[in-house]
Design a protein around this ligand. Structure first.
Ligand code: BGC
Length: 700
């Protein structure tokens, strides 16, 4: 897969080197835009101004307002991206929901088709619970490891993230549920997020942060949620530049926009920004919109436009013509659990495996000592994206059923116990949550335990549960193996056990770079003010008395591996890295044609061979570099990838296609995409730092 399948439908218009991409969404709404608009207009004509103001304000925290006398129902919205967050006090209608691996783990699968299945499952559970809007997928970027919400998003690469989002949105839409792209835009840290100002230049917005939103919109997304933070000096949810210009004009988005919960502060600005719906709706519009209208500061037409957008979106999805709730979907839970398990199998990344310490076969001998934080506690992210799941399997339970009596669980093992164990499995990590950032370093007791255990027994496998990168630098060399398991969902520990026993061969690859020290990261010194302290809890998150602090996206387009490569900084683990129990060899790179016209396509072919003794899956990665571009370009950028299943000795030709959009940069002079002629370099391999094949062609 070389680009979101949706962009294949794109019609590219080339105008003197600049081009505009207009994509036809792949999803067709049950009711056409024009018809929905007509019906919305009819309803609007029957509404009073006060009713319209209620229509553009949320109700009871998670609902749109109902007007039974006009035949307008209320619609329920529920978080989030890794499954349905159940709020017993609000909905009461969905008894349980499947907990899937956190989105960062979904990205580690590099398997968009599987993520579409995940999204379909979540959409089906929304239908089972009468949830009209899913408040996800989240698609902010991983620009720094300290972000408490990284677990909710899809990693550091816009191309990989966009691929996932396109498929995710399609999966949800096909169930008749409306997915909500969030948070538009620049919400890459949660430290005092309401009083932060993300300073991002125009080119970076278009080339990095808006790319996943474009993929979601191209797939047909019908709701977008704005962010808490300011963007270049104005709160995103009331910024005309953010909503009217970037979202509606530049990305061509035409459906409903809603605020994040309590994230806007000025009714006049909200009304004039292109925003449609204030959530949860108990504040500014209800209090001030009518007065502003009477004072002539806003017009009824502006309020009509907002209400019409809310009505039109719901009508277009068919929500007025069928029940939202459908108990048929209650029967689908077993399939959803199976999809969650498969996702976890593909999401887990084997970072290191000295002397083939793993797998630990079931029939082997020797004691396996399990210890650490998430042996008995389910590792999951917190906040609105938290999903409890059901039939949760702890790591201890999963490993007990794999290894029986060989497995010994010791909560606080002595040095002697660690030394004498055949193998030690040490579980560590972080409890990431919305509303606060967290240090890159592990919590002190976790770090000390990792140092102690890995120094006492070289046969230690460290299992990390976290929503992003953590500091492993000081014990990584001592560890025998390191496995990154993210927050793997309700049955993810079973997948982990299958990987330990060798029943499943790991295939996940990092969707992020893991730095050696936070000083190395582009987030260092550009996110939290110098000397600032981390905090926990919702109090500081809601504290609006803080001065606005600037989050300077100084690295520009050099996000993630682009930064480390540009600065020549060696990370601990590079983007795209992940080991298997077998090995793969790459050969025979072929590129055709050798000269690309601006509207043409290039086919890149190469062979991947399984040179080891067990069956495995390789994620083959294709990166592109444009050294002659008139603007500074990253050395290489991901523009294609493919999962390749191979039996021992088997080889396969992988064919990837590059489209003109893959070589475009955002030209700030003309505010448009442009392509630069010149040399294009191609890099193919199993990780961003494991390039096996190099080639290139010329762009005319
Ligand atoms: C979060 C959103 C979420 C909303 C509703 C906010 O705190 O930032 O992501 O959808 O709450 O739960």
């Amino acid at each position: 897969m070389i680009s979101p399948h949706h962009t294949l439908l794109a019609l590219c218009l080339f105008l003197a080197g600049a081009f505009v991409v207009r994509a036809e969404p792949s999803f067709k709404t049950p009711v056409s835009y024009a018809e929905a608009d007509r019906r919305a207009g009819e309803l609007l004509a029957k509404m009073t101004v006060l009713q319209k103001i209620e229509m553009i304000s949320g109700h009871h925290s998670f609902y749109t307002k109902a007007f039974p006398e006009l035949g307008i129902p209320a619609f329920y919205m529920s978080d989030a991206t890794a499954g349905v967050h159940i709020r017993p006090n609000v909905s009461g209608s969905l008894g349980k929901s499947t907990s899937f691996p956190a989105p960062i783990g979904m990205a580690a699968t590099w398997d968009p088709a599987l993520i579409q299945q995940v999204a379909q499952s979540i959409g089906e559970e929304c239908r089972a619970g009468g949830i009209a809007f899913l408040l996800g997928p989240g698609m902010n970027m991983y620009r720094q490891s300290q972000d408490g919400r990284s677990f909710e998003f899809f990693g550091e690469d816009p191309y990989l993230c966009a691929n996932m989002i396109g498929h995710y949105v399609t999966g949800v839409l096909e169930t008749g549920t409306i997915p909500t792209l969030k948070h538009f835009i620049g919400n890459e840290s949660d430290w005092h997020r309401r009083t932060s100002d993300s300073v991002i230049d125009e080119r970076t917005l278009h080339e990095v942060y808006m790319v996943p939103f474009k993929a979601g919109i191209d797939a047909g997304a019908m709701a977008v949620m704005t962010a808490y933070n300011q963007v270049n000096g104005e709160w995103a949810g009331q910024s005309h530049t953010v909503i009217h210009q970037l979202l509606r004009k530049d990305l061509g988005y035409k459906w409903l926009v809603m605020t994040d919960w309590w994230s806007v502060w000025d009714a006049e600005k909200i009304i004039k920004s292109g925003q449609d719906l204030e959530m949860p709706g108990d504040k500014f519009l209800k209090a001030d919109a009518y007065r502003l209208l009477k004072e002539g500061k806003v017009t009824e037409a502006q309020i009509d436009g907002m209400a019409r957008s809310v009505l039109r979106t719901c009508i277009a999805m068919g929500l007025y013509d069928r029940p939202v709730k459908d108990s048929f979907y209650l029967e689908r839970y077993p399939e959803h659990a199976a999809t969650a398990l498969q996702t976890a199998r593909e999401a887990i990344v084997l970072l290191k495996n000295r002397d083939h310490l793993l797998p630990l076969r079931k029939e082997g001998a020797g004691t396996i000592l399990l210890t650490g934080t998430f042996a008995t506690e389910m590792a999951r992210g917190g906040g609105s994206a938290q999903v409890e799941g059901y039939d949760n399997i702890t790591l201890l339970d999963a490993l007990k059923s794999a290894y029986g009596k060989r497995l010994e669980y010791v909560e606080s093992p002595t040095d002697a116990q660690i030394r004498s164990a055949g193998v030690v499995l040490l579980s560590t990590g972080t409890r990431d949550t919305e509303g606060a950032d967290r240090p890159f370093a592990l919590p002190d007791p976790e770090e000390k335990e990792a140092l102690r255990v890995t120094s006492l027994n070289p046969h230690t496998v460290v299992i990390v549960n976290s929503g992003g990168g953590v500091k492993m630098t000081d014990w990584n060399d001592q560890a025998g193996a390191v496995v990154y398991a993210w927050y793997p969902g309700q049955n993810g520990n079973r997948a982990l056990a299958e990987i330990f026993t060798g029943e499943v061969n790991p295939s996940g690859k990092l969707p992020i770079t893991i730095e050696r020290s936070f000083h190395d990261s582009p987030g260092y010194g550009t996110t939290m003010p110098p000397g600032a302290q981390f905090y926990t809890g919702w109090g500081p998150d809601n504290d609006m008395s803080q001065p606005i602090h600037k989050v300077e996206y100084k690295e520009g387009v050099f996000i993630g591996y682009r930064w480390y490569q540009e600065k020549d900084i060696k990370p601990l683990y590079a983007f795209g890295h992940g080991l298997s129990y077998t090995n793969f060899a790459y050969s025979d790179l072929r590129v055709a044609p050798g000269l690309l016209r601006p509207d043409g396509q290039v086919t890149v072919q190469f062979t991947v061979r399984n040179t080891g003794k067990v069956e495995g899956t390789e994620v083959a990665e294709l990166y592109v570099g444009q050294p002659q571009c008139p603007v500074p370009m990253p050395k290489m950028e991901l523009k294609g990838f493919s999962r390749v299943d191979l039996k021992p000795g088997e080889s396969r030709v992988v064919s990837l296609r590059l489209n003109p959009g893959d070589f475009a940069y955002w030209d700030v002079a003309t505010h448009a995409w442009k392509t630069a002629s010149g040399e294009v370099r191609l890099y193919v391999g199993g990780a961003s730092d494991q390039i096996a094949l190099r080639g290139g062609f010329a762009l005319k």
